[in-house]
Design a protein around this ligand. Structure first.
Ligand code: MEV
Length: 440
């Protein structure tokens, strides 16, 4: 039985490592060596990473890959992707190349509005509350000015504050539903600071509102927080080509391919089990770019899945059509992203990823990320409706299996060559590897 610890965060980094290695690992010496081997060799860089979060003991690596040849609105991008799943970057690159030869991707911003809410309880006459809100509205904005003035200078700020009566859903529950424009910042800190100020003004003004009785004066603020559901912060990305141009390296004809793509989406739209996996494939591309560019992939995930369920049923985030011999494939997705603030100015690899993307604005990054999601979905569905997913997937996974088996570089080479003409499965690789070793 291990005793709980008090004051862990006050320990030095070395003490934290000793504590966890000695209490929770079989071989503390080995554990400490592993942790230390992932430190950056430059103290300054390591210190930077240490300070991103609390209780840092080391860095957690993910591969950063590049998917080149993405033509988006006429501009050619090489997209950095941070992800552990072996076939994702290869699939994105393949889809990028496919569409490069067919006019590339088009993308447009549909909206950039973000949302935050002050959730509160009001025990009284809702008509008086409306009157109070109308009276206090300008003061809410005025007292938030110190926080909003810089953002306003650049064209952003608080766009709207609405009072929403939610009492039919929850007794005495109301909201101040606020919309924001945060320009190139993801804006979480900006929004939350504004909301807390708005809540404070709202509460203190209520205490002085002459029409309120004593109970009504006691507005109970429950919480003030941004929403990661941003259906007003939407980007659309699409590709299109003549059906005859949908030739793939498989025996599936262009016509059949187009029809099967549509059917795959139709299935996702009626069957949530499939829709979740379908959208997971989209998020493979989206999360990888979101992570590489230092954005909050949990926020993006939560918002995207809520959007997928906006019609009351969880559906595909992508769509396709066939009209007059033209195949069209598109995505519409909420993406609250930033290219300034947060990690973007701090993490050396994030800064580099943004440089590789040619210093995009937040709107451009939304377009790039949506395209990455669309490309990933195109690649996944293309495989699923033709060869099946395992062929490509297992080819990419081959190196992982060989690494687990401790193969040398020469052995890996031999095995990759061998599996060019054989089906990869875990057992087939183990068998072929053992044979290779026994022959040498
Ligand atoms: C695997 O990470 C993603 C896929 O399952 C997506 C899909 O099925 O559409 C291949």
């Amino acid at each position: 039985m291990i005793d709980p610890i008090v004051g862990f965060s006050k320990l030095s980094k070395q003490e934290k490592i000793d504590w966890v290695a000695e209490r929770y690992t079989q071989n503390p010496k080995k554990a400490k060596n592993i942790l230390e081997s992932y430190w950056n060799s430059e103290d300054e860089v390591q210190k930077l990473h240490d300070e991103f979060i609390e209780n840092t003991i080391t860095n957690y690596y993910l591969p950063l890959g590049i998917a080149p040849n993405f033509l988006i609105n006429g501009k050619l991008y090489a997209i950095p992707m941070a992800i552990e799943e072996s076939s994702v970057v290869a699939a994105a690159s393949k889809a990028a190349k496919f569409w490069l030869d067919r006019g590339g991707f088009k993308s447009e911003i549909i909206g950039t509005e973000k949302i935050g809410q002050v959730h509160f309880m009001f025990y009284g006459d809702s008509f008086k509350l409306v009157e109070f809100f109308n009276t206090v509205h300008s003061k809410l904005l005025e007292e938030a000015k110190p926080l909003t003035k810089n953002m306003e200078k650049r064209g952003g700020g608080i766009l709207k504050i609405e009072l929403r009566n939610k009492t039919t859903e929850l007794k005495d529950y109301y909201q101040l539903h606020c919309t924001f424009e945060t320009l190139d910042a993801m804006g979480a800190n900006f929004i939350n600071s504004c909301l807390e100020q708005i809540a404070q003004t709202f509460k203190s003004e209520a205490q002085q509102f002459a029409l309120f009785n004593e109970k009504e004066k006691q507005v109970e603020i429950v919480m003030s927080i941004l929403s990661n559901y941003v259906p007003g912060c939407i980007v659309r990305a699409e590709v299109e080509c003549a059906i005859r141009d949908l030739k793939t390296s498989t025996s599936v004809s262009p016509n059949e391919f187009a029809n099967k793509m549509l059917r795959a989406i139709a299935i996702a739209n009626v069957e949530p089990h499939r829709a979740v996996t379908h959208n997971k494939g989209i998020m493979n591309g989206i999360d990888a770019v979101v992570l590489a560019t230092g954005n909050d992939f949990r926020a993006v995930e939560a918002g995207a899945h809520a959007y997928a369920a906006k019609d009351g049923k969880y559906k595909s985030l992508t769509n396709a059509s066939i009209e007059n011999g033209v195949f069209k494939f598109w995505i519409e997705i909420p993406l609250a992203l930033g290219t300034v603030g947060g990690l973007t100015n701090l993490h050396p690899l994030v800064k580099l990823a943004l440089e590789i993307l040619q210093q995009p604005t937040a709107k451009e990054l939304m377009q790039i990320v949506a395209v990455a999601g669309l490309a990933q979905n195109f690649a996944a569905i293309s495989s699923l409706i033709t060869t099946g997913i395992q062929e490509g997937h297992m080819k990419m996974h081959l190196l992982n299996i060989l690494n687990q088996l401790g193969a040398t570089e020469v052995e890996k080479n031999d095995m990759v060559n061998y599996f060019k003409n054989h089906t990869v499965s875990h057992s087939a690789v183990v068998e072929a590897f053992e044979k290779l070793r026994s022959n040498t």
